[in-house]
Design a protein around this ligand. Structure first.
Ligand code: GDP
Ligand code: MG
Length: 353
């Protein structure tokens, strides 16, 4: 037995409603009149109901869960089957192409580059040079050109304005700030580092001592209003390292409109995570991407298809935890990375002689 209470404007309306829903035998256990002349009147009517048959509810939940599981399994099978069919079609299509193009396609896919995108690049090359792709040098050059049409670069060394580091927590923003700062100071740039975090000053001690060691001015603020003031107060180029909290990054962006944005993403992030992170910012014009932790990856082909899908220029790659483990790539070197696998992979590092 359970008791259910309803609120009505008055007893008469209430009793009629209860009768309509539960029949004239409904067991009324309590009627309360509330309110006075000033406040709106109301009445509460409590009725006793049979307890819901527990086992039935459980059975229903169980059945629903089982049905969902069966559907999910069927969907997975269907998706796998579709992927197999797609792969077969792609395999069939590559057969028509000259051997050097087939080899390039296989190498891209082996390195983790998206199969469909690889196919479309190879088709583009074949459409452009046709049977001249029998010559592997021409096939190579043409593929590099096709990629260059879809992937662009920003050379950080040529940038003179402030750079705002964006990216999820742990993506490597702070570590990369140091790497970039070191790189830029060796290019004779007047630089300073700004850190903004409304919550945790302690986490920037390391960045502060890094700045001191390298003779770089360092400012830390917990106040959002200060950021634009600090950025504009002198002519030094600023690298602004912020906390990974998305809302805080968004707010800083509002204060620093038109600033160059460096989106720092770990190379190991899933494709959909990279997409959804970038889509968090309504305005990601004036931005570039840097991938970190390449040394933790088995292969690097996915960097290529993510760059194409994200449509952002590439700026840097970091390849380890040491301060000098940073690479400023260009078309030539990225092409090599996408085709030749990961030379920075941790296990393959040889001890220094
Ligand atoms: N293996 C490796 N670790 C890295 C690299 N870049 C950053 N890290 C590490 O990733 C962790 C998070 O980096 P951090 O800069 O604090 O990330 P943040 O939260 O975005 O500021 C630290 O332990 C860094 O040493 C890299 O290229 N390779
Ligand atoms: Mg940090």
């Amino acid at each position: 037995m359970r008791v259910k209470t309803y609120v009505f404007e008055d007893v008469k309306v209430g009793m009629e409603a209860i009768k309509a829903q539960y029949g004239s035998d409904a067991m009324i256990v309590d009627i309360k009149q509330n309110g006075n002349q000033v406040a709106q009147k109301s009445c509460e009517i409590s009725i006793a109901l049979e307890a819901e048959p527990q086992s039935n509810t459980c059975d229903l939940v169980d059945v629903r869960k089982k049905t969902e599981a069966i559907w999910n399994y069927a969907l997975m099978l269907m998706n796998n089957r579709l992927a197999d069919i797609e792969n077969d079609i792609i395999k069939e299509r590559t057969r028509e192409y000259p051997l050097p193009l087939r080899i390039l396609f296989d190498r891209l896919v082996k390195n983790g580059f998206d199969r469909k995108l690889a196919m479309s690049l190879i088709s583009e090359v074949f459409g452009e040079i046709g049977d001249a792709a029998q010559d592997s040098i021409r096939a190579n050059t043409s593929l590099r050109r096709a990629m260059a049409r879809q992937i662009s670069f920003v050379n950080i060394i040529d940038e003179s304005g402030p750079i705002l580091m964006l990216g999820p927590t742990g993506s490597g923003k702070t570590q990369t700030t140091k790497k970039l700062a070191k790189l830029l100071t060796t290019k004779e740039k007047a630089l300073s580092i700004v850190a903004y975090d409304p919550f945790a000053k302690g986490s920037y001690d390391d960045l502060m001592s890094f700045s001191e060691r390298h003779g770089l001015p360092f400012s830390f603020t917990t106040n959002e209003e200060d950021v634009s003031f600090i950025v504009e107060r002198d002519r030094r180029q600023k690298i602004i390292d912020v906390t990974g909290h998305l809302n805080i990054q968004r707010k800083v962006l509002e204060k620093l409109r038109d600033i160059k944005k460096m989106i720092v993403l770990p190379a190991g992030a899933r494709d959909d995570k990279m997409q959804s992170y970038c889509s968090n910012f309504s305005d990601i014009a004036n931005s570039m991407i840097g991938f970190t932790k390449l040394d933790e990856e088995e292969s690097l082909g996915h960097i290529g298809h993510n760059l194409i899908n994200l449509g952002q220029p590439l700026s840097f790659l970091t390849t380890g935890i040491d301060i000098d483990d940073i690479v400023i790539p260009d078309h030539e070197s990225l092409f090599k990375i996408l085709l030749e696998g990961n030379t920075w992979k941790k296990e393959e590092r040889k001890p220094l002689q």
